[in-house]
Design a protein around this ligand. Structure first.
Ligand SMILES: Cc1cc2nc3c(=O)[nH]c(=O)nc-3n(C[C@H](O)[C@H](O)[C@H](O)COP(=O)(O)OP(=O)(O)OC[C@H]3O[C@@H](n4cnc5c(N)ncnc54)[C@H](O)[C@@H]3O)c2cc1C
Length: 442
């Protein structure tokens, strides 16, 4: 049965996935099509019965915040009691050596080029959802299984309940395990080259993130001087999350990178499992782990750097395109920036149906290098956090005693430099560049 909507508009856009990327795209398509008078119908298909509330805090950096400001959500953010980011330097995480059973010590007090905003994921999704117009509809319990492209240039989406929907453009915003990406590269591996097979499935990094949170007020009563109440720390990471403290404990086995992970991607685990992994760390960590409410273990998967994000009239955004490690806190921001530029391009008057594929390639040309650079920075940071970076490798046999304070301070400087790009330039400049490229096509 074909979906009944999306028939009379000039351009119909189907988005698979109602996460950060999908909702931001829906919101910007609503805004720009109203401003430009573009006749666009948008349908967002989400596999879950409701828009997901899973996930903890999402750090929003300068570029993504500027984009969200353009969407007009600043007032909403302030009214919900969050402090908006400020221009100029701000205190960032304090990096601390904790993996020893004597008291740890801080080795890098990070001054960031820009103060980011931390929003709980459900709050961010709610804010974005409020920006959808009545030309943008969310359909829940619609799990995309695959798509087919037809000779007239349209795309048909196929769902697990055997229903279908048709659109001019399909945007895969369905996360790191994306069926859209899977279908795109599976088709290409059959019709063009076997080399494309490696992009179908994401790659396990060998890393688990044990995520949980605990009530700040109760914890403060029991441990009033605890370090986590005053500043965050790494590589267990703690961060403020409204009335809670968010905790993420990472463990990695680099030798398992690119092996097949066969268990549940997200699994509830016992506090004991987490505590056992960190039993030789400094004692101050123990009460924090003991107080975690229902910790979850996330198997961190990434997408191998794709050769393109666009095939015909199907386009990938967010984690579907460049699922990355979380070590720079930018995956969600990259999804927001993808969505902004893609919405700009799709609502640009020159993006007529006949030129869609060419217009989508402009998105690919601009966003692919930027998002893949973000993924690379994130991977590098993860290696530094675990003393596993080629330039800061303190886990090896030559370093049985671990890093010295001087070596850690040197690494701290490098970590500081790795965040600088987050304050450079503006996403709006990318749109100026994209518009020039679109005009050159006319
Ligand atoms: C431990 C951890 C910490 C992180 N910290 C940060 C941070 O501080 N800052 C930051 O910016 N990012 C952070 N990230 C990354 C961030 O969460 C992701 O990059 C972001 O959620 C990607 O958004 P997305 O919309 O592309 O995908 P998702 O948010 O994963 O959304 C995908 C949506 O698609 C739906 N879906 C999946 N399959 C289908 C299907 N077949 N059909 C229809 N719908 C489907 C899903 O249910 C979901 O709603 C972190 C990630 C992790 C794991």
């Amino acid at each position: 049965m074909a979906h009944p909507t999306s028939t009379n508009s000039k351009l119909t856009i189907a988005i698979a996935g109602c996460g950060i990327g999908g909702l931001t795209l829906g919101a910007f398509l609503s805004k720009f099509s109203a401003e430009n008078g573009t006749d666009i119908q948008v349908d967002i298909y989400e596999s879950k019965p409701e828009v997901s509330t899973l996930g903890a805090g999402v750090g929003i950096w300068k570029h993504s915040w500027e984009v969200l400001q353009e969407l007009g959500v600043e007032e909403d953010v302030i009214q919900r009691g969050f402090k908006v980011p400020k221009e100029g330097e701000a205190h960032g995480p304090i990096f601390r050596k904790s993996d020893q059973f004597t008291d740890g010590y801080d080795f890098h007090n990070h001054i960031m080029p820009y103060g980011p905003l931390g929003l709980p994921r459900p709050v961010l999704l709610d804010i974005l959802r409020n920006q959808l117009s009545d030309r943008c509809t969310i359909h829940t319990s619609k799990r995309l299984t695959h798509y087919t492209s037809d000779a007239e240039g349209g795309v048909t989406l196929h769902f697990h309940d055997n229903s279908t929907a048709r659109a001019n453009v399909l945007v895969g915003a369905d996360g790191v395990h994306s069926k859209t990406r899977g279908c795109m590269f599976s088709t290409l591996s059959q019709t063009q080259s076997k080399d494309f097979e490696k992009y179908i499935e994401p790659m396990w990094t060998g890393t688990f993130a044990y995520r949980g949170s605990l009530a700040k007020a109760t914890f403060a009563e029991m441990y009033p001087d605890h370090i986590a109440l005053n500043h965050p720390r790494s590589h267990v990471i703690t961060h403020p999350l409204g009335p809670n403290i968010g905790v993420i404990c990472y463990t990695s086995r680099p030798e398992l990178e690119d092996t097949k992970f066969t268990e549940s991607m997200i699994a509830e685990v016992s506090i004991q499992e987490v505590a056992d992994l960190f039993r030789n760390w400094e004692p101050t960590l123990i009460p924090l782990i003991q107080a975690m409410q229902t910790p979850n273990r996330w198997a961190i998967h990434v997408v191998r750097p794709l050769p393109f994000y666009v095939s015909g009239q199907v386009v990938l955004i967010g984690d579907a395109a460049h699922g990355m490690t979380p070590h720079q806190g930018v995956g969600g921001g990259q999804a927001i920036e993808d969505a902004y530029l893609l919405a700009r391009i799709l609502t640009y008057e020159a993006a007529s149906e006949s030129k869609l594929s060419a217009s989508l390639k402009v998105y690919d040309e601009i966003r692919r290098p930027l998002s893949q650079r973000a993924a690379e920075f994130s991977r590098n940071n993860g290696m530094m956090y675990e003393y596993n970076h080629p330039n800061f490798s303190f886990n090896s046999a030559e370093h049985p005693e671990g890093p010295s304070r001087e070596e850690l301070e040197e690494m701290g400087k490098e970590l500081g430099r790795s965040f600088l790009w987050l304050a450079e330039g503006h996403v709006q400049d990318d749109w100026v560049k994209a518009r020039e490229m679109l005009q050159a096509q006319v």
